[in-house]
Design a protein around this ligand. Structure first.
Ligand SMILES: Cc1cc2nc3c(=O)[nH]c(=O)nc-3n(C[C@H](O)[C@H](O)[C@H](O)COP(=O)(O)OP(=O)(O)OC[C@H]3O[C@@H](n4cnc5c(N)ncnc54)[C@H](O)[C@@H]3O)c2cc1C
Length: 374
Protein backbone atom coordinates (compact mmCIF):
# COMPACT_ATOMS: atom_id res chain seq x y z
CA UNK A 1 0.00 0.00 0.00
CA UNK A 2 1.22 3.52 -0.84
CA UNK A 3 1.91 5.86 2.09
CA UNK A 4 -0.35 8.89 1.98
CA UNK A 5 2.25 11.30 0.60
CA UNK A 6 3.10 8.90 -2.26
CA UNK A 7 -0.60 8.50 -3.05
CA UNK A 8 -1.02 12.30 -2.99
CA UNK A 9 1.83 12.76 -5.46
CA UNK A 10 0.31 10.17 -7.76
CA UNK A 11 -3.08 11.84 -7.56
CA UNK A 12 -1.57 15.30 -8.09
CA UNK A 13 0.37 14.07 -11.14
CA UNK A 14 -2.90 12.78 -12.58
CA UNK A 15 -4.61 16.18 -12.38
CA UNK A 16 -1.57 18.13 -13.64
CA UNK A 17 -2.97 18.61 -17.19
CA UNK A 18 -6.22 20.00 -15.73
CA UNK A 19 -4.26 22.40 -13.49
CA UNK A 20 -2.17 23.48 -16.49
CA UNK A 21 -5.27 24.21 -18.57
CA UNK A 22 -6.81 26.17 -15.71
CA UNK A 23 -3.60 28.22 -15.26
CA UNK A 24 -4.02 29.63 -18.78
CA UNK A 25 -7.59 30.75 -18.01
CA UNK A 26 -6.75 32.20 -14.58
CA UNK A 27 -3.82 34.19 -15.98
CA UNK A 28 -5.91 35.61 -18.81
CA UNK A 29 -8.63 36.72 -16.36
CA UNK A 30 -6.19 37.62 -13.54
CA UNK A 31 -8.49 35.45 -11.43
CA UNK A 32 -7.76 33.51 -8.27
CA UNK A 33 -7.37 29.78 -9.07
CA UNK A 34 -10.54 28.74 -7.24
CA UNK A 35 -11.13 25.62 -9.31
CA UNK A 36 -7.54 24.42 -8.88
CA UNK A 37 -7.71 24.88 -5.11
CA UNK A 38 -10.98 22.95 -5.00
CA UNK A 39 -9.12 20.11 -6.68
CA UNK A 40 -6.22 20.37 -4.22
CA UNK A 41 -8.66 20.36 -1.31
CA UNK A 42 -10.38 17.24 -2.69
CA UNK A 43 -7.00 15.48 -2.89
CA UNK A 44 -6.30 16.37 0.75
CA UNK A 45 -3.44 18.72 -0.07
CA UNK A 46 -4.62 21.55 2.19
CA UNK A 47 -4.28 19.36 5.27
CA UNK A 48 -1.24 17.43 3.94
CA UNK A 49 1.43 19.73 5.48
CA UNK A 50 0.09 18.87 8.97
CA UNK A 51 1.69 16.07 10.96
CA UNK A 52 0.03 12.66 10.57
CA UNK A 53 -1.20 12.88 14.19
CA UNK A 54 -3.23 15.96 13.24
CA UNK A 55 -4.78 14.42 10.14
CA UNK A 56 -2.07 15.50 7.69
CA UNK A 57 0.36 13.56 5.51
CA UNK A 58 3.49 14.91 7.20
CA UNK A 59 4.69 16.80 4.11
CA UNK A 60 8.02 18.30 5.12
CA UNK A 61 8.54 15.95 8.08
CA UNK A 62 11.80 13.97 7.98
CA UNK A 63 13.52 12.71 4.84
CA UNK A 64 10.39 11.16 3.32
CA UNK A 65 8.33 14.26 4.03
CA UNK A 66 11.06 16.51 2.59
CA UNK A 67 11.18 14.72 -0.73
CA UNK A 68 7.37 14.48 -0.84
CA UNK A 69 6.98 18.22 -0.24
CA UNK A 70 9.68 18.94 -2.83
CA UNK A 71 7.79 16.84 -5.35
CA UNK A 72 4.44 18.47 -4.55
CA UNK A 73 5.86 22.00 -4.88
CA UNK A 74 7.67 21.27 -8.15
CA UNK A 75 4.58 19.60 -9.62
CA UNK A 76 2.46 22.59 -8.64
CA UNK A 77 5.10 24.99 -10.02
CA UNK A 78 5.11 23.06 -13.27
CA UNK A 79 1.33 23.32 -13.49
CA UNK A 80 0.92 26.91 -12.29
CA UNK A 81 3.39 29.16 -10.47
CA UNK A 82 0.59 31.22 -8.84
CA UNK A 83 -0.98 28.03 -7.41
CA UNK A 84 2.44 26.89 -6.19
CA UNK A 85 3.10 30.27 -4.57
CA UNK A 86 -0.25 30.26 -2.75
CA UNK A 87 0.22 26.67 -1.63
CA UNK A 88 3.78 27.37 -0.46
CA UNK A 89 2.49 30.16 1.81
CA UNK A 90 -0.17 27.79 3.17
CA UNK A 91 2.53 25.22 3.98
CA UNK A 92 4.76 27.87 5.56
CA UNK A 93 1.96 29.19 7.77
CA UNK A 94 0.94 25.71 8.98
CA UNK A 95 4.54 24.70 9.65
CA UNK A 96 5.11 27.84 11.73
CA UNK A 97 1.89 27.19 13.67
CA UNK A 98 2.91 23.59 14.39
CA UNK A 99 6.40 24.69 15.47
CA UNK A 100 5.56 27.69 17.63
CA UNK A 101 1.87 27.74 18.64
CA UNK A 102 0.19 26.37 21.75
CA UNK A 103 -1.80 23.13 21.39
CA UNK A 104 -5.16 24.86 21.24
CA UNK A 105 -4.20 27.12 18.34
CA UNK A 106 -2.52 24.21 16.54
CA UNK A 107 -5.69 22.14 16.81
CA UNK A 108 -7.85 25.03 15.60
CA UNK A 109 -5.63 25.68 12.57
CA UNK A 110 -5.46 21.95 11.78
CA UNK A 111 -9.26 21.77 11.89
CA UNK A 112 -9.58 24.82 9.62
CA UNK A 113 -7.04 23.51 7.09
CA UNK A 114 -8.79 20.14 7.11
CA UNK A 115 -12.07 21.91 6.36
CA UNK A 116 -10.47 23.62 3.34
CA UNK A 117 -9.33 26.99 4.72
CA UNK A 118 -6.46 28.49 2.73
CA UNK A 119 -3.82 30.03 4.99
CA UNK A 120 -1.91 33.05 3.69
CA UNK A 121 1.39 34.38 5.03
CA UNK A 122 1.40 38.16 5.10
CA UNK A 123 4.64 39.41 6.59
CA UNK A 124 5.75 42.22 4.27
CA UNK A 125 5.24 45.73 5.65
CA UNK A 126 4.69 48.65 3.31
CA UNK A 127 7.82 50.84 3.06
CA UNK A 128 6.25 53.71 5.02
CA UNK A 129 5.12 51.85 8.18
CA UNK A 130 5.22 48.59 10.15
CA UNK A 131 2.00 46.87 11.22
CA UNK A 132 1.65 47.54 14.96
CA UNK A 133 -0.19 45.61 17.69
CA UNK A 134 -1.41 47.46 20.80
CA UNK A 135 -2.83 46.09 24.07
CA UNK A 136 -6.64 46.21 24.04
CA UNK A 137 -8.43 44.73 27.07
CA UNK A 138 -7.39 41.10 27.43
CA UNK A 139 -6.23 40.98 23.80
CA UNK A 140 -4.68 43.27 21.19
CA UNK A 141 -5.66 45.65 18.40
CA UNK A 142 -3.92 45.93 15.04
CA UNK A 143 -2.99 49.18 13.36
CA UNK A 144 -1.60 49.38 9.85
CA UNK A 145 -1.45 47.24 6.75
CA UNK A 146 0.55 44.58 4.93
CA UNK A 147 1.87 44.76 1.37
CA UNK A 148 2.31 42.13 -1.36
CA UNK A 149 -0.32 39.87 0.21
CA UNK A 150 -1.04 36.90 -2.07
CA UNK A 151 -4.56 35.56 -1.81
CA UNK A 152 -5.76 39.07 -0.83
CA UNK A 153 -9.54 38.99 -0.42
CA UNK A 154 -9.66 35.20 -0.79
CA UNK A 155 -7.56 33.53 1.92
CA UNK A 156 -9.65 33.22 5.07
CA UNK A 157 -6.79 32.69 7.52
CA UNK A 158 -3.42 34.41 7.60
CA UNK A 159 -0.26 34.17 9.62
CA UNK A 160 0.98 37.73 9.99
CA UNK A 161 3.75 39.54 11.85
CA UNK A 162 3.09 42.63 13.95
CA UNK A 163 5.32 44.93 15.99
CA UNK A 164 4.81 45.18 19.76
CA UNK A 165 6.99 47.37 22.00
CA UNK A 166 8.89 44.19 22.98
CA UNK A 167 9.51 42.94 19.42
CA UNK A 168 7.92 41.31 16.38
CA UNK A 169 5.27 38.64 17.05
CA UNK A 170 3.46 36.14 14.84
CA UNK A 171 -0.28 35.73 15.06
CA UNK A 172 -3.12 34.09 13.22
CA UNK A 173 -6.04 36.16 12.00
CA UNK A 174 -9.37 35.23 10.44
CA UNK A 175 -10.33 37.32 7.42
CA UNK A 176 -13.77 37.59 5.82
CA UNK A 177 -13.44 36.92 2.08
CA UNK A 178 -13.66 40.07 -0.02
CA UNK A 179 -12.83 42.40 2.87
CA UNK A 180 -9.91 44.67 3.83
CA UNK A 181 -8.29 44.71 0.38
CA UNK A 182 -6.91 48.20 -0.27
CA UNK A 183 -7.41 49.67 -3.72
CA UNK A 184 -3.87 49.28 -4.98
CA UNK A 185 -2.16 50.94 -7.93
CA UNK A 186 0.31 48.00 -7.95
CA UNK A 187 -0.29 45.43 -10.65
CA UNK A 188 2.35 42.74 -11.02
CA UNK A 189 2.96 41.79 -14.65
CA UNK A 190 3.35 38.11 -13.77
CA UNK A 191 1.79 35.86 -11.10
CA UNK A 192 -1.53 37.59 -11.78
CA UNK A 193 -3.57 34.65 -10.47
CA UNK A 194 -1.86 34.83 -7.06
CA UNK A 195 -3.93 38.01 -6.46
CA UNK A 196 -1.24 39.93 -4.63
CA UNK A 197 -2.43 43.16 -3.03
CA UNK A 198 -2.37 45.29 0.12
CA UNK A 199 -4.50 44.47 3.15
CA UNK A 200 -5.70 46.99 5.72
CA UNK A 201 -5.70 45.37 9.16
CA UNK A 202 -6.46 48.45 11.26
CA UNK A 203 -8.99 47.85 14.02
CA UNK A 204 -8.86 44.04 14.01
CA UNK A 205 -9.14 42.75 17.58
CA UNK A 206 -6.78 39.86 18.26
CA UNK A 207 -7.44 37.50 21.19
CA UNK A 208 -4.32 36.71 23.21
CA UNK A 209 -4.49 33.02 22.23
CA UNK A 210 -4.06 33.92 18.52
CA UNK A 211 -0.39 34.79 19.16
CA UNK A 212 2.30 32.21 18.59
CA UNK A 213 5.91 31.87 19.64
CA UNK A 214 7.96 34.52 21.38
CA UNK A 215 9.16 37.92 20.20
CA UNK A 216 11.53 37.48 17.27
CA UNK A 217 10.65 33.85 16.53
CA UNK A 218 9.58 34.63 12.96
CA UNK A 219 13.17 35.62 12.11
CA UNK A 220 14.73 32.75 14.07
CA UNK A 221 17.28 30.72 12.09
CA UNK A 222 17.62 28.33 10.44
CA UNK A 223 13.86 28.17 9.83
CA UNK A 224 13.46 31.73 8.55
CA UNK A 225 16.09 31.63 5.77
CA UNK A 226 16.02 27.91 5.07
CA UNK A 227 12.28 28.17 4.33
CA UNK A 228 13.34 29.77 1.03
CA UNK A 229 13.91 26.24 -0.30
CA UNK A 230 10.14 25.90 -0.79
CA UNK A 231 9.77 28.88 -3.14
CA UNK A 232 12.89 27.74 -5.01
CA UNK A 233 11.22 24.32 -5.39
CA UNK A 234 8.16 25.98 -6.91
CA UNK A 235 10.43 27.95 -9.27
CA UNK A 236 12.12 24.67 -10.25
CA UNK A 237 8.68 23.43 -11.35
CA UNK A 238 8.27 26.57 -13.46
CA UNK A 239 11.68 25.92 -15.00
CA UNK A 240 10.64 22.38 -15.89
CA UNK A 241 7.48 23.72 -17.55
CA UNK A 242 9.61 26.10 -19.62
CA UNK A 243 12.01 23.35 -20.72
CA UNK A 244 9.05 21.16 -21.79
CA UNK A 245 7.39 24.00 -23.70
CA UNK A 246 10.71 24.80 -25.37
CA UNK A 247 11.36 21.20 -26.41
CA UNK A 248 7.82 20.76 -27.77
CA UNK A 249 8.01 23.89 -29.85
CA UNK A 250 11.48 23.29 -31.33
CA UNK A 251 10.46 19.73 -32.27
CA UNK A 252 7.16 20.94 -33.73
CA UNK A 253 8.98 23.50 -35.88
CA UNK A 254 11.45 20.84 -37.08
CA UNK A 255 14.44 22.80 -35.74
CA UNK A 256 15.92 20.21 -33.38
CA UNK A 257 18.76 19.30 -35.79
CA UNK A 258 20.19 22.81 -35.82
CA UNK A 259 23.46 22.86 -33.81
CA UNK A 260 22.70 26.24 -32.23
CA UNK A 261 19.29 25.03 -31.09
CA UNK A 262 20.89 21.85 -29.81
CA UNK A 263 23.56 23.77 -27.88
CA UNK A 264 20.96 26.02 -26.25
CA UNK A 265 18.70 23.08 -25.40
CA UNK A 266 21.68 21.25 -23.85
CA UNK A 267 22.36 24.31 -21.69
CA UNK A 268 18.67 24.45 -20.73
CA UNK A 269 18.70 20.84 -19.58
CA UNK A 270 21.89 21.52 -17.59
CA UNK A 271 20.20 24.49 -15.90
CA UNK A 272 17.22 22.31 -14.99
CA UNK A 273 19.24 19.36 -13.74
CA UNK A 274 21.63 21.55 -11.73
CA UNK A 275 18.63 23.13 -10.01
CA UNK A 276 17.01 19.75 -9.39
CA UNK A 277 20.14 18.39 -7.70
CA UNK A 278 20.59 21.50 -5.54
CA UNK A 279 16.96 21.34 -4.47
CA UNK A 280 17.07 17.65 -3.52
CA UNK A 281 19.86 18.47 -1.06
CA UNK A 282 18.39 21.78 0.11
CA UNK A 283 15.01 20.20 0.90
CA UNK A 284 16.69 17.52 3.01
CA UNK A 285 18.96 19.93 4.88
CA UNK A 286 16.14 22.38 5.58
CA UNK A 287 13.65 19.73 6.73
CA UNK A 288 16.00 17.51 8.71
CA UNK A 289 17.72 20.41 10.54
CA UNK A 290 20.56 18.03 11.41
CA UNK A 291 23.40 20.57 11.08
CA UNK A 292 24.15 23.87 12.75
CA UNK A 293 21.90 26.77 11.75
CA UNK A 294 24.65 28.67 9.89
CA UNK A 295 25.49 25.67 7.70
CA UNK A 296 21.86 24.98 6.82
CA UNK A 297 21.15 28.62 5.99
CA UNK A 298 24.32 29.03 3.88
CA UNK A 299 23.53 25.91 1.86
CA UNK A 300 19.89 26.79 1.25
CA UNK A 301 20.83 30.40 0.39
CA UNK A 302 23.15 29.13 -2.34
CA UNK A 303 20.57 26.62 -3.56
CA UNK A 304 17.99 29.40 -3.84
CA UNK A 305 20.39 31.57 -5.84
CA UNK A 306 21.53 28.65 -8.01
CA UNK A 307 17.89 28.04 -8.97
CA UNK A 308 17.33 31.76 -9.57
CA UNK A 309 20.38 31.92 -11.79
CA UNK A 310 19.38 28.76 -13.70
CA UNK A 311 15.87 30.14 -14.29
CA UNK A 312 17.24 33.47 -15.56
CA UNK A 313 19.62 31.64 -17.91
CA UNK A 314 16.82 29.35 -19.09
CA UNK A 315 14.54 32.29 -19.92
CA UNK A 316 17.30 34.00 -21.91
CA UNK A 317 18.13 30.80 -23.84
CA UNK A 318 14.52 29.94 -24.46
CA UNK A 319 13.59 33.39 -25.67
CA UNK A 320 16.56 33.36 -28.06
CA UNK A 321 15.58 29.92 -29.42
CA UNK A 322 11.84 30.49 -29.70
CA UNK A 323 12.13 34.04 -30.98
CA UNK A 324 9.39 36.64 -31.06
CA UNK A 325 6.72 33.93 -30.90
CA UNK A 326 7.58 33.49 -27.23
CA UNK A 327 6.50 37.09 -26.59
CA UNK A 328 3.04 36.80 -28.07
CA UNK A 329 0.42 37.15 -25.34
CA UNK A 330 -1.14 33.75 -24.83
CA UNK A 331 1.97 31.79 -25.88
CA UNK A 332 2.71 29.34 -23.04
CA UNK A 333 6.38 30.43 -22.88
CA UNK A 334 5.28 34.07 -22.55
CA UNK A 335 3.10 33.28 -19.51
CA UNK A 336 5.60 30.98 -17.82
CA UNK A 337 8.47 33.48 -18.33
CA UNK A 338 6.30 36.34 -17.04
CA UNK A 339 5.33 34.35 -13.93
CA UNK A 340 8.83 33.02 -13.36
CA UNK A 341 10.55 36.40 -13.78
CA UNK A 342 8.13 37.93 -11.25
CA UNK A 343 8.30 35.07 -8.77
CA UNK A 344 12.11 35.04 -8.81
CA UNK A 345 12.11 38.47 -7.15
CA UNK A 346 12.56 37.18 -3.62
CA UNK A 347 14.00 39.28 -0.76
CA UNK A 348 17.61 40.42 -0.46
CA UNK A 349 19.44 38.29 -3.06
CA UNK A 350 22.72 40.22 -2.66
CA UNK A 351 22.80 39.79 1.11
CA UNK A 352 21.90 36.12 0.70
CA UNK A 353 24.91 35.46 -1.53
CA UNK A 354 27.35 37.48 0.57
CA UNK A 355 26.28 35.74 3.79
CA UNK A 356 26.65 32.31 2.23
CA UNK A 357 30.07 33.25 0.82
CA UNK A 358 31.23 34.43 4.27
CA UNK A 359 30.13 31.11 5.73
CA UNK A 360 32.12 29.04 3.24
CA UNK A 361 35.23 31.24 3.59
CA UNK A 362 35.52 29.91 7.13
CA UNK A 363 34.06 26.38 7.02
CA UNK A 364 34.28 23.18 5.01
CA UNK A 365 32.69 23.11 1.58
CA UNK A 366 29.41 21.20 1.21
CA UNK A 367 29.94 17.46 0.89
CA UNK A 368 33.10 17.48 3.02
CA UNK A 369 32.87 14.94 5.85
CA UNK A 370 32.58 16.60 9.25
CA UNK A 371 35.30 15.82 11.77
CA UNK A 372 34.10 12.97 13.95
CA UNK A 373 31.31 12.01 11.55
CA UNK A 374 31.10 8.34 10.58
C1 LIG B 1 4.43 36.85 -6.72
C2 LIG B 1 4.80 37.33 -5.37
C3 LIG B 1 3.94 37.10 -4.32
C4 LIG B 1 4.25 37.56 -3.03
N1 LIG B 1 3.39 37.29 -2.01
C5 LIG B 1 3.70 37.68 -0.77
C6 LIG B 1 2.84 37.34 0.32
O1 LIG B 1 1.82 36.69 0.18
N2 LIG B 1 3.19 37.78 1.54
C7 LIG B 1 4.31 38.51 1.76
O2 LIG B 1 4.58 38.87 2.90
N3 LIG B 1 5.14 38.85 0.75
C8 LIG B 1 4.86 38.45 -0.50
N4 LIG B 1 5.70 38.78 -1.54
C9 LIG B 1 6.82 39.72 -1.29
C10 LIG B 1 8.09 38.98 -0.94
O3 LIG B 1 7.98 38.39 0.31
C11 LIG B 1 9.25 39.97 -0.93
O4 LIG B 1 8.97 41.05 -0.12
C12 LIG B 1 9.56 40.46 -2.30
O5 LIG B 1 9.55 39.40 -3.19
C13 LIG B 1 10.92 41.16 -2.27
O6 LIG B 1 11.34 41.39 -3.58
P1 LIG B 1 12.28 42.59 -3.93
O7 LIG B 1 12.88 42.27 -5.26
O8 LIG B 1 11.54 43.87 -3.78
O9 LIG B 1 13.42 42.43 -2.80
P2 LIG B 1 14.50 43.38 -2.24
O10 LIG B 1 15.02 42.72 -1.02
O11 LIG B 1 14.05 44.80 -2.09
O12 LIG B 1 15.60 43.31 -3.36
C14 LIG B 1 15.66 44.16 -4.50
C15 LIG B 1 17.11 44.47 -4.80
O13 LIG B 1 17.62 45.35 -3.79
C16 LIG B 1 18.74 44.78 -3.12
N5 LIG B 1 18.64 45.21 -1.73
C17 LIG B 1 17.84 44.71 -0.75
N6 LIG B 1 18.04 45.40 0.39
C18 LIG B 1 18.94 46.36 0.12
C19 LIG B 1 19.56 47.39 0.91
N7 LIG B 1 19.23 47.56 2.20
N8 LIG B 1 20.46 48.18 0.31
C20 LIG B 1 20.78 48.02 -0.98
N9 LIG B 1 20.25 47.08 -1.77
C21 LIG B 1 19.34 46.26 -1.23
C22 LIG B 1 18.57 43.29 -3.31
O14 LIG B 1 19.76 42.57 -3.18
C23 LIG B 1 18.03 43.26 -4.74
O15 LIG B 1 19.08 43.42 -5.66
C24 LIG B 1 5.45 38.30 -2.82
C25 LIG B 1 6.33 38.51 -3.88
C26 LIG B 1 6.05 38.02 -5.14
C27 LIG B 1 7.03 38.24 -6.26
Amino acid sequence: MLCESAALIEALSAILPALQRQAIIDDALAAFPTESFERLQKLGLLRAPLPVALGGAGLGDGATGASALLRVLTLLGEASLPVARLYEAHVNALQLVCRYAQDRLIRRCARDAGAGALFALWVTDPPESTLAMHRDGDGYRLEGSKAFCSGAGIATRALITAAMPSGIRMLIIDVEPGTRVLPSPIKLSGMRAAITGSIDLTGIHVPADALLGEDGDYLREPVFSAGAWRSAAAALGGLKALVEIHRGEILRRGRAQDPHQQARFGALVMAYETSRLWMAQAALRACLEDDDAGAIVAYVNLARLAVESACLDAMRLSQRSLGLGAFIAGHPAERVCRDLATYLRQPAPDETLVKAASHYFHTQLPGTARAGAA
